[in-house]
Design a binder for this molecule. Sequence first.
Ligand code: 3NM
Ligand code: MG
Length: 513
Amino acid sequence: MSKKNLDLSIYLVTNSEMVPNGISFLDQVSAAIDNGVTVVQLREKDLDTRTFIERAKQVKKLTDKAGIPLIINDRVDIALAVDAHLHVGQSDMDAREARQILGDDKIIGVSASTIPEIEQAIKDGADYVGIGICYDTTTKKSEKIPMGPIGSHPLLEVIKKSGSGMKACLIGGINQSNIQKVRYGAGLPGFPLDGVAVVSCIMAKEDAGKATRELVELWNTPPAWTKTLDVSKNVEIGDLIKNTRKVNPMCHNITNGVAKHFAANVTLAIGASPIMSECYQEFDDLASFPNTGLVLNTGTATSENIAVYLKATAAYNKAGKPIVYDPVGAGATSYRKWVTKKLLTEAHFTVIKGNHGEIYTAAGKEMKMKGVDSESSKLTDVIQVVKELSIRSRSVVVATGEVDVIADGIFGGKIDLTEDDVKNQQAVVIKGGHELMGRITTSGCALGSVIVGSVAANPENVFMATVAACALYKKAGELAGAKASGPGSFEWMFLDELDKCSRSGSFAEISKL
Ligand code: 3NM
Ligand code: MG
């Protein structure tokens, strides 16, 4: 094993206390090694030195045989004694001192959670960093706040820019249910994530071998919601719109109280079936239906509802079904900002849709909000922010307004993006609609239902299905606006036009960017 081909992809950190009764520590580690972990870190907090050395020697035999590195946590003396590598935390010996003792051939890794810690690790010549915490964990007591895959980006950007070649893995709460999301969501264009470090999802399992095989398999597979059947096929927008009617997808709406009635009617008008459930007991069942998707509109984000949102996103992510996220009023209050950050940390969204202010907030940028209405921004700025957020969140992002701006961050389910992929990113603007659309309540919210209907019916092409939904919606608005005498007649005329356009496959003007 040379340092150059260090493979961090499935990095096991041991913990002898959580091994199930009846299984020995060594058997557990051995099962993990035989089934594909690429690194083992021996992390023993309570062993006396002699027992620690004994254990390290036993594990070293296994890792040597498998040709993978053994890394000792914290104890440079033990690493020296058994000729192993070293991992240090922020309160341990620093990496530079450890390097002087262990020499250049040894791998030295550092735990880091902040930009200064990353910069220091680079300066100290660390070979890799373990960045945490990704998600909540009960394995290690810590005050750290989960950063999620998106939250790791600023740290990974520092490493990428440094050109140091230092590698990175994420740690904390990573397991079989979220490893795909972590790899897909944490990688930067031209700088993919090197791996995940895990403890309990192997060490605490009855069948550690199976648990490891699952992790390896999932690491190498894009998440189900990025499924792409054939992107090379020429898709006609009108066909996608008509296909939605034919498929009759189910749109599960979790939305605010004001929007429910109109969203259900809009869903029916495009030939989809609405269901308005907020009962978490049925989320797994609903997510298992074919051609189903969820609209998550967080307009009424009570603390009770947030628990419901998290259960719903978990169910749809697990089933690999699309979720359209509408972060209503995201920037209006610090509470709503927190909700947005929490959801982007915990879940993956197929599509994120909002007005300028909401999209700016989701992208972590400031923009003034008037209640849930946002001020508008220069189009070129909006396009930039939409593209940036789509790459970060690996979602299709829609910023609605006088023109809709849509960018693809899914790239047909490609896991590791290159800089060239980003240069060739698909993005469009859609013109049309009518000023009256802004004068009836929840016309913006209901667009989420149209998008999810289109995506659930056409899952082989999420980006174009989103474009189709927005262009259909704008066309119906344009036609109804031309006939209506005010907001009242506009509301019912809009439903009529939406129904008609969805049957004929009509849509507004789309320009490629
Ligand atoms: N170090 P699990 S979090 C050992 O943030 C460790 O540096 C962390 O355990 C850090 O995979 C952690 O069971 C525990 O959640 C990770
Ligand atoms: Mg330590």
